[in-house]
Design a protein around this ligand. Sequence first.
Ligand code: FES
Length: 117
Amino acid sequence: MQTKNKGADTMCLRVENHVILEVDNNVPLVQITVDGKMIAAKEGEPILAALLANGIKINRYTLKKQEPRGLFCGIGQCTDCAMVVDGKPNVRTCITPVRDGMVVETQNGLHKEVERK
Ligand code: FES
């Protein structure tokens, strides 16, 4: 079941109950900054999960066509979720846990080291 629009400080798209999976709703919340905006996240969850729970679906734009990219594989194998985290580019947000005070920014293109692989 999803909760909608509880307010800016609460998560609006988070699954709170699931018929198969156990959902721990007692995990402490932390604050991260995404493109200058503070959002709430569950401590230790993947950055991408926090972004999606807050309605943020675009992680980066392709360099040539400026096309948006977001969740694709969800297991750290592609680069569609790459973002700049605490000043470091190409961080795969689907496998990187949230830490209180993180600064996350939408990325343009990919850092050259990733583009060569
Ligand atoms: S969605 Fe593919 S690496 Fe994150």
